[in-house]
Design a protein around this ligand. Structure first.
Ligand code: DON
Length: 603
């Protein structure tokens, strides 16, 4: 039976042909006239002092049969860049930047616009993580992850026979208490310069006046027709039994109304007002357990980003309740022990990355959870000495083994967006409903989908969740607890301490590995951002004990030798959905995921 991801990825893969964007009409760093572009007077970053790696970019060589050619250009912005999975949402961010807003204003504008134009994952009924670095060097991370409802119980998804049900995936019981509205508002209040009403204006306009549907949108909705039609979204998304056709205008009056209430009243409209009332009424209609008290109790949390280093570069990554920062830091610390890394795409490259991921995911899956509920050994896991011990255990000639479990169901859908403004402020945000359209429950009157984030808990420790992730007690369900995430919005500084990259991904656990690989492609393999994004990806998450590789991404000879070393290999369509910005000579390169849809809009 094809997994959800297989079906969905196929849809998106097909869309690529139709929707593949203008990938940049502006000059690449190598063709830009040196010094031809003026740096805005307020900019703290001197673009003329381009990072060494940008100048040293080398041609990437991908195997024959790989679907993306190397050498394609990125979108270029002299001053600023917004990259997301929706061109309209990226434009919303740029609109706010051009109106004098900073990167945080733009990120919040993009976030709300995604809730309108990218309902697969953009949301107000979900949650996420935002990683911020201001040009003056201040860094901050906001965790607006959902929490388990107060009435949640440890075994709420296990039936009388001890079997896991799919109620953490589909339907009213699957949702955690949403954090998106509170989180985006908190970020805006602390670091933004504009009002909520100002940054929400583009989203409200897109919901109220509608936007023209493209084939990606239409097919994406049709792909989930059966499940969406089980709930109140049926009439909006399948008005005559079919998704809006490409070219049709898609208007969302209920959502427009909710957004206007939030813009006027602030988060109170959602957590203690009319929008929240619609949400609670929907929960009650369908046997859900989120109450008014849950909404009133919700609080986003400011966290200190994890600061890690890799060969002179500095990374700011997301701490728990995401596993992204710890797992990425642990992996990079292991890889740092191998200098230089094996040639990109070689057997040794895949083997070393897979063995590294295996070890850091074993720690992740067992030890990480919401730090308010479990003691997370963060210092140990991010310690370079600890990584040296793990690195020493890697046999360069042979695969090791993770104790076996079965793989389970698979995912969609999250969305990452990256923003840099003309001052050099940077925001990396990942947000999600978890699955595509979350629980598929659409809030009647409220006009939005609810998440199915409860599935990110270990609903039955030791049994795989929808990503095949096998996790332990640390991530078991408890009321008020945040479910462990893999979301990894990341900001990278070059060895001189200047902003270099803003990146992050969607894709469940592959978020961590794909984000890391794009960063490595740039800083270790000296690829252009366009090539770094197009390069073949691999993934290992300890269990199931297999290396996932993209079809035709690695040569037959490499795959054969990996098998001979004892690795199980699973070949699949696209891995993850990354949206990135890289500082280059004279400005910024932006590249949205070539395996999916989106827009990189600079100016
Ligand atoms: O927080 C997490 O790690 C997951 N809920 C992310 C889900 C996801 O990326 C689905 N994918 N495309």
């Amino acid at each position: 039976m094809p997994s959800f991801r297989t079906r969905h990825s196929l849809v998106f893969a097909l869309l690529l042909v139709a929707c593949h964007p203008q990938s940049g009409s502006a000059p690449s760093p190598s063709t830009a006239a040196p010094g031809a572009t003026a740096v805005p007077p307020t900019a703290q970053i001197d673009h003329r002092d381009a990072p060494k790696m940008a100048q040293a970019t080398v041609d990437a060589a991908f195997p024959q049969g790989w679907r993306f050619p190397s050498g394609t250009k990125a979108s270029f912005g002299e001053h600023a860049m917004v990259v997301s999975n929706s061109a309209l949402a990226s434009e919303a961010g740029v609109e706010i930047l051009k109106a004098g807003g900073n990167a945080v204003d733009a990120a919040v504008a993009t976030g709300f616009a995604l809730a309108v134009t990218y309902p697969f994952a953009g949301n107000i009924g979900g949650g996420g993580f935002m990683n911020i670095r201001m040009a003056d060097g201040r860094t901050a991370a906001i965790d607006y992850r959902e929490v388990a409802p107060l009435a949640a119980t440890r075994n709420m998804y296990i039936d009388a026979n001890g079997k896991l049900t799919n109620k953490s995936v589909l339907g009213h019981l699957a949702s955690g208490v949403p954090g998106a509205v509170a989180g985006m508002n908190a970020a805006l209040t602390k670091f933004g310069t504009k009002t909520l009403a100002e940054v929400m204006a583009p989203a409200i306009r897109l919901a109220e006046q509608g936007f023209v549907v493209d084939s990606a949108f239409s097919r994406g909705i049709n792909a989930d027709k059966r499940d969406i039609s089980l709930y109140a979204g049926r009439d909006l998304f399948f008005p005559n039994g079919e998704a809006p056709a490409p070219g049709a205008r898609f208007v969302q009056q209920d959502l427009a109304r909710s957004l206007k209430l939030i813009a006027a009243q602030g988060p109170k409209a959602f957590y203690d007002g009319e929008v929240g009332d619609s949400l609670v009424a929907e929960e009650q209609r369908g046997g859900g357990i989120i109450t008014k008290a849950d909404l009133q109790a919700y609080t986003p949390l400011w966290r200190t980003p994890i600061k890690s280093t890799y060969r002179g570069y500095t990374l700011f990554t997301m701490p728990p309740a995401s596993s992204g920062g710890i797992t990425m830091t642990e992996s990079l610390n292991i890889l740092e022990k191998f200098a230089p890394l094996p040639p990109f795409g070689s057997t040794q490259y895949v083997h070393l990355l897979a063995e590294t991921y295996r070890r850091s995911f074993m720690d992740r899956n067992e030890k990480l959870g919401d730090p308010a509920f479990v003691k997370v050994p963060m210092e140990q896991l991010t310690d370079k000495g600890y990584a040296a011990t793990l690195a020493a255990q890697i046999d360069r000639a042979k695969a090791s083994k993770t104790p076996a479990f079965n793989a389970g169901r698979e995912p969609e859908h999250t969305t990452h967006y990256s923003v840099v403004d003309a001052m050099g402020n940077a925001v990396a945000t990942t947000t999600t409903l978890n699955g595509g359209f979350g629980s598929k429950v659409w809030v009647r009157g409220g006009g939005f989908f609810m998440n199915n984030q409860m599935d990110d808990f270990a609903a039955q420790p030791g049994s795989p969740n929808m990503f095949g992730l096998v996790q332990g007690e640390a991530n078991a369900i408890q009321p008020g607890k945040r479910m462990l995430s893999a979301m990894s919005p990341t900001i990278v500084l070059d060895p001189q301490g200047q902003l270099l990259m803003v990146t992050g991904a969607a894709g469940g656990p592959t978020i961590i590995t794909a984000t890391m690989e794009v960063i490595l492609n740039v800083i270790e393999y000296h690829m252009s951002l366009a090539d770094a994004m197009r390069a073949p990806r691999l993934h290992h998450q300890a269990l199931p004990d297999e290396i996932r590789v993209e079809n035709n991404g690695f040569s037959g000879a490499v795959i054969d030798s990996l098998k001979a070393m004892g690795h199980a290999i699973r070949s699949q369509g696209g891995i993850a959905n990354v949206n990135s910005i890289l500082r280059v000579s004279g400005g910024w390169h932006g590249v949205f995921e070539p395996r999916s849809v989106g827009g990189a809009v600079g100016y």
